[in-house]
Design a protein around this ligand. Structure first.
Ligand code: NAP
Length: 306
């Protein structure tokens, strides 16, 4: 079957690191245009505005948005109003209300909206969910500590309102947690460390019901930590490497030491959603972040510069 045409919007770090290679290898999608003020992809028609691209390419049925969350809503709404299916990078928006708005726009137009959570496509997430399905959770601990200078070099938007700060990576952990736990939890309290010169937290510690806790920190140099450990009366499950490696009671039980499968899996899922004319928008991870920003106790931290 012919590949369907997609336009990629916001040609920056994640577009070039993951979306472009995933599309180049995709059996379902062909990258047919880009929209970006500065970014370009070799040999692909480039536009500086979404309106110009939509007008020039009525044959492009899907728009994949790789912008930061704050500018994303206007682009998503414009693409949906123009009758195109839309795929959203995580987090799906700057606010919950704007994503609800996009959901109703997509539903009204009979279009697919896919709010992606790339970490849910990590190799060991599905086996972890299956292993936990019939277990009682006695404790779960997330440790998500990485170096913001390495993963977001110079990206000041992460520290602006709506950029979410350390929740930008932390929401990846929450997307896995909300996928694998057999029953939902909700937030009880949070401590948020705000650098004196920034608008969003650089570290956060969250407490949930059912003995679930999370420790997010963006100041970790050297080895990076993306672990989720879930204790049950039948044994302890650990997800390492951002959900890509599964351990049961300390022994490797599945997964792979690579993240390169996540974006191909997202585009394969989008193809299925479009074929079935359905949407996939799960806001559970973002609700936890909104709750943490609502309930969180503010702790001052040292000023931060890239
Ligand atoms: P980025 O490189 O800073 O931004 C992507 C592109 O968006 C920029 O190159 C810019 O392109 C465009 N853009 C930025 N601000 C804009 C604005 N106000 N209005 C219009 N366009 C704007 O960010 P990124 O790291 O790729 O992250 C983008 C999204 O992907 C975020 O939601 C992030 O959470 C998610 N993500 C990032 C990573 C990662 O490792 N960085 C991993 C997974 C997911 P032009 O200047 O050319 O228009």
């Amino acid at each position: 079957m012919a590949r369907q045409k997609v336009a990629l919007v916001g040609i920056g770090k994640i577009a070039l690191d993951q979306h472009v290679p995933a599309l180049a290898a995709s059996p379902d999608w062909e990258l047919a245009a880009t929209v970006s003020r500065h970014g370009r992809v070799d040999s692909v028609p480039a536009y500086e505005t979404l309106g110009a691209m939509l007008a020039a390419h009525p044959e492009i049925g899907m728009v994949s948005l790789c912008l930061p969350p704050v500018p994303r809503f206007d682009y998503a709404a414009e693409a949906l109003r123009a009758g195109r299916h839309v795929m959203l990078e995580k987090p799906p928006g700057a606010t919950l209300a704007e994503v609800h708005h996009l959901q109703s726009l997509a539903a009204g137009q009979g279009l697919t909206l896919f709010a992606t959570w790339h970490s849910r496509m990590a190799h060991a997430v599905a086996p972890a969910k299956a292993w936990l399905a019939d277990k009682t959770i006695t404790r779960a601990t997330i440790t998500w500590r990485e170096d913001v200078r390495k993963w977001h070099p110079g990206q000041d938007w992460v520290f602006e309102p709506g950029g979410m700060g350390v929740f930008d990576p932390g929401i990846n952990a929450l997307s896995i947690l909300t996928e694998i736990l057999p029953a939902p939890v909700h937030l009880l309290g949070a401590e948020l460390e705000f650098p004196a010169n920034r608008q969003t937290p650089i570290a956060a510690r969250l407490r949930f019901t059912d003995n679930v806790a999370a420790d997010f920190d963006w100041r970790q140099e050297g080895p990076q930590t993306w672990d989720i450990v879930v204790e049950t009366p039948s044994g302890t499950l650990a997800l390492r490497m951002g959900g890509n490696v599964l351990e049961i009671d300390g022994n490797v039980a599945g997964g792979e030491h690579t993240i390169m499968g996540e974006y191909p899996a997202l585009y394969a899922h989008m193809a299925t959603l479009v074929r079935q004319r359905i949407s996939d928008v799960d806001l559970a991870p973002m609700i936890h972040v909104a709750d943490a920003l609502t309930l969180g106790r503010r702790i001052p931290a040292a000023p931060f510069e890239f």
